[in-house]
Design a protein around this ligand. Sequence first.
Ligand code: ATP
Ligand code: ZN
Length: 294
Amino acid sequence: MTDRLRIALQKKGRLADDSFELLKKCGLRFAIRGGGLLARVKNMPIDLLLVRDDDIPSFVANDAADIGIVGENVLVEEQLTAKTPLDANIAMRLGFSRCKLCLAAPEQGAVKSSKDLNNTRIATTYPGVTAQYLDEQGLTAKLVDMKGAVELAPSIGIAESICDLVSSGATLEANKLAAFETILESEAVLIRSGRKLSPAKADILDKLMNRIDGVLKSKETKYIMLNAPKTQVDAITELLPGSDAPTIIPLAGSDDLVALQAVCTENIFWETLEDLKGLGARAILVLPIEKMMA
Ligand code: ATP
Ligand code: ZN
């Protein structure tokens, strides 16, 4: 038994780079070289298992990995189509790889909404989620199971509509398809099973999840510094989005001006800066925060 925490990650694809980047921001040092199944993290007792995303939920459920990073869409699909229930659940939402699983049909075709689906064919690589949706809605349609290139199904005449992942919508548009229903919204998630980890692994996971939390929080959080008339400090503090009590520092050689500094947990827009200026704030600086720990 090794006490290195094993994380299953997508080897290559739309989840992979953001997953690697998140782990690097958490301080993990590793190099991904082509071909290898396992990558060792040099500065922490962690190994990365590099696989296809579809395998990640079952690897976590079957103890090939302790945790995994996967699209919620894949997790839900694998859970719905597994022969026995998968012991893999969301431990944390990660906020990247956001996409939607949508029903779409040719712009000029007969299917305009879900109620037109009865007795038609739907092409998809997500038979589990699609079948569940049809069931819930009391609709009857035949699923055409595909492995990819689902967007071509209507034009080659094998289905009247499709159920596929959409992010920008460019692929749908290029194929003259229009989405008419969203059946699942997805983002990358950290998953784990209900198994108990060894104390050493549990410690590493705890540390990692705290760091991930810090990375996600620091994305939106900004540090703001400005000079302001003493009389306007309350009004200015009120304008700062999601900030606690600011730090107020006297300014050398000035009786009526102070320096004000605060951590804002929400994005600061140009409009807010203009309003601050309107209240007499000057020399306004907004700085990114690289790391946070409460
Ligand atoms: P694999 O070879 O690992 O099976 P794949 O071809 O099934 O890869 P990708 O296309 O790399 O999968 O997508 C992986 C995941 O990224 C999807 O399951 C989804 O959660 C998310 N995703 C899909 N499309 C987008 C997109 N356009 N933008 C951001 N994330 C996306
Ligand atoms: Zn896949």
